[in-house]
Design a protein. Structure first.
Ligand code: NAD
Length: 324
């Protein structure tokens, strides 16, 4: 049994990670500003507090942990990170968390730390063609992310690598590509495209219409939460740091994703494309490196994950649950 710390354990990926680590039999401490929203926490110990406070970080890392997963960040979907109104908070809050947690881990001689970066750190100029985006790990520089969220991720990646170089920290860095699934934000303003589309379709009546941001030709790939957790744990327990993509390489245009959800719902719904925050034109996970280094890559089809997610969100909608 290992002792494991999960920062951001009240969030989407963190709460799923805690469940998985508990199912493996470990002792887990979770930390967040809030408890998980859709289920009780499975952590043995859950501390509510603000990781922007360096003293709080030291309090949280009060013992030897075998693994620390740092997932806490001020983040959300396109409606949160691409609108510009949250940029200062996103950069300040997430950078402060990473600075403080790394320093607390170093001071307490806790060397083994995982960091969740994002595909949003890749340069915009390689993601202009929706059919041929380049997100190979070595395409990161010269840097030009299209959002402040992406710049913070890039800065923090470098911070973790600098702590590895100068202080011998054993860091693992994943670049997540659009993680989705059950028990994630679906209508609180931080939801991402798959959850937002599932909600719109679940709320629409048969014969109705849903709105999709942009022209719908922008492409992305989406990774189901269970595979994200599997890849993250594999990376953490490997003797390799990354940074590496953890994402699906099943690229799809957003209108086609909407059509997939509509088909799953069994309803007759039309799509209306409207102006909205969309981010880069195309993005897909390049999985060559993870396959080469870890002998692993995700394999579940997008449709299988969407079926589970649509079912969960439509239940939330029909039970008139709030997501705030
Ligand atoms: P999330 O918003 O559900 O979880 C992040 C958690 O961090 C939240 O519960 C939040 O309360 C917590 N947090 C924020 N500020 C805090 C603070 N000051 N102190 C303590 N806790 C704080 O997001 P998620 O989808 O679970 O993402 C987890 C990590 O993965 C984040 O670093 C995110 O940037 C990264 N990521 C996620 C995706 C994705 O598609 N979900 C894609 C790329 C990268």
């Amino acid at each position: 049994m290992s002792k494991i710390l999960v920062c951001g354990a009240g969030g989407f990926i963190g709460s799923h990670l805690v469940k998985k680590l508990k199912s493996e039999g470990h002792w887990v401490r979770g930390v967040d500003l809030k408890y998980p929203r859709y289920d009780e926490t499975f952590a043995d110990d859950f501390i509510i507090g603000d990781l922007r406070d360096p003293n709080f970080c030291l309090q949280v890392v009060d013992q030897k942990f075998d693994e620390i997963y740092q997932l806490a960040a001020d983040m959300g979907g396109a409606g949160f990170v691409f609108v510009g109104t949250h940029d200062a908070d996103i950069m300040h809050n997430s950078a402060a968390i990473n600075l403080n947690m790394l320093e607390a881990a170093r001071k307490r001689n806790n060397k083994n730390i995982f960091y969740s970066s994002s595909a949003c750190m890749y340069p915009e100029y390689n993601q202009l063609d929706p059919d041929n985006p380049n997100c190979a790990e070595d395409s990161a520089y010269p840097a030009n992310p299209d959002s402040e969220y992406g710049w913070e991720k890039l800065f923090s990646e470098r911070l973790y690598l600098a702590y590895a170089k100068n202080y011998g920290m054993d860091v693992s860095i994943a670049r997540y590509h659009n993680i989705f699934g059950i028990e994630g934000s679906w209508s609180d303003g931080r939801e991402k495209a798959p959850a937002a589309i599932c909600r719109k379709v679940a709320q629409a009546s048969d014969g109705g219409e849903i709105e999709i941001w942009g022209d719908g030709k922008q492409t992305r790939s989406f990774l189901y939460i269970d595979e994200c957790i599997e890849g993250s744990i594999k990376l953490m327990r490997s003797n390799w740091s990354g940074p590496v993509n953890i994402g699906s390489d099943e690229m799809i245009a957003i209108n086609d994703l909407a059509k997939m959800v509509i088909e799953i719902s069994g309803k007759d719904i039309s799509i209306k494309n409207i102006d909205g925050p969309v981010g880069v034109r195309g993005r897909n996970s390049d999985n060559k490196l993870i396959n080469e280094k870890l002998g692993w890559k995700p394999s579940e089809s997008l449709k299988d994950g969407i079926i589970k997610t649509y079912e969960w969100i439509s239940t939330q909608v029909s039970n008139k649950k709030q997501d705030i």
